[in-house]
Write a protein that binds this ligand. Structure first.
Ligand code: IMP
Ligand code: MG
Length: 178
């Protein structure tokens, strides 16, 4: 275990099972539809790479870079689009892939934006959800695991751009950020 990790919250084995089960649900729901899977960079890379390999359908992938966090553990309160989709979402079915939903600000903003741009449908698949932290009403369509109000890292999730490479999801030691 990494020295900055307090405890392992979701092990590698559990993550594998979560991804398999989410992929099955998506496969069933999107069977016969041509959707675009949109990863929110950078947190979703590991999850999305594993997820897409397990979905036996024809679909495109794309990425968006949005920032709502500064460099700490609290959201800065403002969502900025750093990199937009490379194709128009008009008339398309969009499946957003996210690492963790916290206040719900990022996803509320993005869903609204994609709908305004004429997307036929917008659904969200998140690996983790912290429902107790919600400030903007939002319920993900697919959720891997509900997690407590702790700062988590690994499997794509970072603190100050570090720890994304950990193969499990762990709770970050408070001494690292306080
Ligand atoms: P929201 O807009 O408040 O829902 O924030 C969602 C974004 O905050 C996610 O995409 C993550 O990048 C980041 N975030 C929230 N909680 C955590 C965490 O515990 N660890 C790492 N990143 C987090
Ligand atoms: Mg993120």
């Amino acid at each position: 275990m990494h020295k900055d990790v307090e405890s392992v919250l979701i092990s590698q084995e559990k993550l594998e099972n979560i991804v398999k089960s989410l992929a099955k649900q998506i496969e069933k729901d999107y069977n016969g539809r041509e959707f675009i899977m949109v990863g929110l960079l950078k947190g979703s890379v590991v999850f999305m790479a594993e997820l897409m390999k397990r979905i036996d359908l024809d679909f495109e992938i794309d990425f968006m870079v949005v920032s709502s966090y500064g460099s700490g553990t609290e959201s800065s309160g403002e969502v900025k689009i750093i990199k937009d989709l490379s194709v128009s979402p008009a008339g398309r079915d969009i499946l957003i892939v996210e690492d963790v939903v916290d206040s719900g600000r990022t996803l509320s903003f993005i869903i609204e934006r994609l709908k305004n741009a004429g997307a036929a449908s917008v659904k969200v698949c998140t690996l983790c959800d912290k429902p107790s932290r919600r400030k903007f009403p939002f319920v993900p369509d697919y959720c891997g695991a509900e997690v407590p109000d702790e700062f988590i890292i690994g499997y794509g999730l970072d603190y100050n751009e570090k720890y994304r490479n950990l193969p499990y999801i762990g709770v970050l030691k408070r001494s690292v950020y306080s």
